[in-house]
Unconditional design. Structure first.
Length: 393
């Protein structure tokens, strides 16, 4: 069976919702209009609505036919980005400096499309939690929902997510079992030397020289300390020191980010950055202190949920259009917090090939979600529910 015909029949409605959301982008924890929009639609279809988790989060609870106590969760993100849109089509952002440049308008629309179909048909036995989360970009709205009791309030067996993927054709779906997107951490190293006249360096301890050596030495984490078969990135993105030409400053500060896929590598990277910084500094008579902060964990897809997602994807778009061992991405995603709490799977949905409609990469001021992908994504959600929670007989 390809896409769900009933969903294709209201494609025009989904396009209208999506463009309305696109024109009215809202950023982290301020998705008030968007949450109202989602809640009104869900209530209109007779779906029980719960609001308030992570401030603007919305959860729709829909029971199928039958007596099953089983439940699964489907998650969409609702937030936009701080980007000035450079598109000039009719549904471009009406909000200065904000834009749906990651396609979360499309994600919200597709989960709404599935909700409408599932509410009409109820061809499943059990409960589906339709999770609309705020603040996926940077602020970890998914983490906040989990911390505020998302899965205690809505105890699902598995949770599923998806993201549109420019560069893949509409009608293609990709996924991988195991680590699929990297953990994302940040660090800051403060180096304290001894200020001096720049013409008398022997009277001081130069933190700029120490910082330069630390930046270089940190490269050995990826190239010499971690198994080359385990992906890792350590990038210094900021170097701050000094105010003028003829003074050796007292202090220097380095900031950067680390990406990894496994707990072991993550632990090691955290320890090595601090160790290298402090021992290199010591070699020069300076001191270095490192603050390391763990942000998003890695997205790790579990075996059974990934097999289910692959089966449903193949049914919707055809087996030839499903890539089940797509390469992992070094980018990060706060759906990882939900996957830490529950088994599940996160897939990538083709948004259009490069150079064509939907081919522009996310976070670019020219990006736009491809409305042609909406029927595919909503059909995947709908069939996932019907397959995971089948009616008896
Ligand atoms: Zn994004
Ligand atoms: Zn995104």
């Amino acid at each position: 069976m390809p896409i769900v015909n009933r969903i294709a029949a209201f494609h025009d409605d989904m396009v209208a919702w999506r463009r309305d959301l696109h024109a009215h982008p809202e950023t982290a924890f301020e998705e008030v209009r968007t949450a109202d929009f989602v809640a009104a639609k869900l209530e209109g279809w007779g779906i029980e609505v719960h609001r308030g988790l992570a401030q603007t989060g919305v959860v729709g609870l829909l029971r199928g036919r039958g007596e099953s106590q089983r439940a699964i969760g489907l998650r969409a993100d609702m937030d936009a980005l701080h980007i000035q849109e450079l598109n000039d089509f009719g549904h471009r952002s009406q909000v200065e400096g904000k834009m749906h440049a990651c396609g979360h308008d499309g994600h919200t629309t597709m989960l709404l499309g599935a909700a409408r179909y599932l509410a009409e048909t109820r061809n499943f036995d059990g409960t589906v939690a339709l999770i609309f989360q705020p603040a996926e970009e940077n602020e970890g709205g998914g983490r906040v929902m989990v911390e505020e009791g998302l899965f205690e309030q809505f105890p699902v067996e598995q949770v599923f997510g998806l993201h549109n993927m420019p560069g893949r054709a509409v009608g293609e779906i990709a996924m991988r079992q195991g680590p699929a997107m990297a953990a994302f951490d940040i660090f800051e190293t403060s180096i304290t030397g001894h200020g001096a006249h720049a013409a008398m360096p022997h009277r001081g301890i130069d933190p700029v020289l120490v910082a330069a050596h630390i930046v270089t030495a940190l490269q050995s984490i990826a190239s010499r300390l971690i198994d080359p078969l385990h992906p890792v990135v350590v990038t210094v993105t900021q170097v701050h020191a000094g105010d003028t030409w003829n003074v050796i400053p007292e202090q220097a500060v380095l900031r950067g980010t680390a990406r990894s896929f496994s707990r072991e590598v993550r632990d090691r990277v955290e320890a090595e950055i601090a160790r290298i910084a402090s021992t290199v500094a010591e070699a020069f008579g300076a001191k270095a202190e490192t603050r390391y902060e763990r942000r998003y964990p890695a997205v790790v897809n579990t075996r059974d949920a990934t097999a289910l997602a692959a089966q449903v994807a193949a049914e919707v778009v055809g087996g030839d259009n499903v890539e089940t061992d797509a390469p992992p991405l070094m980018g990060s995603e706060d759906f990882a917090y939900m996957l830490e709490a529950k088994p599940g799977c996160y897939i990538w949905l083709g948004n259009g090939t490069e150079g064509g409609p939907g081919g522009c990469m996310v976070h670019n001021p020219h990006y736009d979600f491809n409305d042609e992908a909406a029927v595919v994504g909503a059909s995947y959600w709908a069939r996932l529910v019907e397959t995971a929670l089948p009616l008896a007989g």
